[in-house]
Design a protein around this ligand. Sequence first.
Ligand SMILES: Cc1cc2nc3c(=O)[nH]c(=O)nc-3n(C[C@H](O)[C@H](O)[C@H](O)COP(=O)(O)OP(=O)(O)OC[C@H]3O[C@@H](n4cnc5c(N)ncnc54)[C@H](O)[C@@H]3O)c2cc1C
Length: 289
Amino acid sequence: MKDFLFYTPKTVPEAVGLLAEHRGDAAVISGGTDLVIELQARRCPGVVVNINKIKELRAIRVDGGEARIGAAVTFSRIEADEAIRQRAKALHACAAGVGSPQIRNLATIGGNVCNASVAGDSPVALLALDASVALESVRGRREMPLCDFYAGGAKTQIEADELLTEIRFRLPGGNAASASRKLGRRKALVIAVLHFAAFVEWDGAGAITGARAAIGAVSAKPVRLPEVEAYLAGKPVGAETFSRCPQLLSDAVARMIPTRASVAYKKESVKAVAQGVFDEIEAQARRGA
Ligand SMILES: Cc1cc2nc3c(=O)[nH]c(=O)nc-3n(C[C@H](O)[C@H](O)[C@H](O)COP(=O)(O)OP(=O)(O)OC[C@H]3O[C@@H](n4cnc5c(N)ncnc54)[C@H](O)[C@@H]3O)c2cc1C
């Protein structure tokens, strides 16, 4: 590993100033669980900007029904947050399933989102929650829906001088439920070979008024599944409606990776993953979410 300069700014303007000054030769480090491996393996920039001492990036705020999670919030913090546990179960489950306790104590949601691994956990839950990301640079702040952030093949829309500062989404209310599940090759420290998350909300009569479904580790980026969402819209919330979803998911996977060697395995295993997610959503709906 070659030598690099290591900066620890205390504010966002300081951090984005450093990224602008060293544009193209600077990397942000948050928990370092991806970046340190990368520094050793191949890419070694001249400057590393540590964002861990920027207080506002380490906070979870609930503001008028909206959750705002700072980019440097760890998965352990997300797992322990009561509002997320109660009202954003898809994200809570995914935070609790990242790596091991040691990894969750370091790994941050912003690092997970920016790393853009096809097998990354949080983007799938965040897509189901319709999250957006805030990006800041010396040029100002811009926001975009997470579904527009990924360009495929571990690439994102983030510019070299931009910092992801927060992730925001509307916290699901009383008539809404969400869940996520991943499938991996072993029980501990599992990197997803398939990840599915869904969100459903319904009106007083029990008719579904909004549904979002997202899948990861299947194509070059995590994606929403409009065909599943369209099927759910307007139907009664409950087991009978959800019973068709595993097959819809299986058909979607077969369409997404028709020639991939893993298609036979994934189009079958996604049915069990989807069943688990919709069973959980149905249970939440029965409890009144
Ligand atoms: C043993 C092990 C197990 C793991 N298990 C899982 C798992 O189960 N699920 C999973 O999804 N991942 C897993 N990972 C991968 C990793 O832990 C996660 O992707 C983690 O969330 C990355 O966060 P970080 O804070 O460590 O990011 P870092 O390593 O600090 O950064 C990751 C990348 O994002 C960039 N970056 C970070 N923050 C910002 C920001 N705010 N703005 C702009 N760019 C930024 C960095 O420059 C770097 O390119 C595992 C890793 C290890 C080593």
